[in-house]
Design a protein around this ligand. Structure first.
Ligand SMILES: [Fe+2]
Ligand SMILES: [Fe+2]
Length: 159
């Protein structure tokens, strides 16, 4: 970000970077959780669930990349040590269900994580509204995907 770009941000850049880094850490934890469950899921819904988890994990990794890019452009760096991801995140890591065939439990874990993500990005959307349009646009993009994720998994529960 150049001089003018920094000057028009009507928020503390330091605080904004901290918020974005927290979200970045959340995304890595979500990616790891979904990816892990995609690798280990078993039972009769194996195929559909593996596919759904893999596709959503890919989105979360993309969100992490988009947030890392924004943090870097703001002249900072995201969390470097994976050991610090949980400590720096908004939400603690949820362990996947012990029974890898418990599809309903997997869906619940995902919809809860998505609910947390929606809350985080809703807050960030409000915070950046009219204050930093560039970050605001990224947040809206991620928020809409989290809303989509929640719905996709909630629908799976209904079958
Ligand atoms: Fe995400
Ligand atoms: Fe998501």
């Amino acid at each position: 970000m150049g001089k003018k770009a920094r000057a028009i941000v009507d928020l503390s850049l330091k605080e904004l970077v901290r918020d974005l880094n927290k979200a970045y850490c959340d995304e890595w934890l979500a990616f790891y959780l979904y990816w892990y469950m995609a690798q280990t899921v078993s039972g009769k819904f194996y195929n559909g669930m593996k596919e759904a988890l893999e596709s959503i994990a890919k989105d979360e990794l993309e969100h992490a990349a988009e947030l890392a890019d924004m943090i870097t452009k703001m002249g900072d760096v995201p969390t470097a040590n994976p050991m610090d991801l949980e400590k720096n995140a908004n939400n603690s890591y949820t362990l996947p269900p012990k029974n890898s065939a418990d599809i309903n439990r997997i869906i619940r874990v995902v919809t809860e994580a998505e609910g947390d993500a929606i809350e985080t990005y809703q807050k960030l959307a409000k915070k950046t509204q009219g204050k930093d349009y560039n970050t605001h646009r990224l947040i809206l993009h991620i928020l809409s995907e989290e809303i989509d994720h929640e719905e996709r998994f909630e629908n799976l529960l209904e079958r």
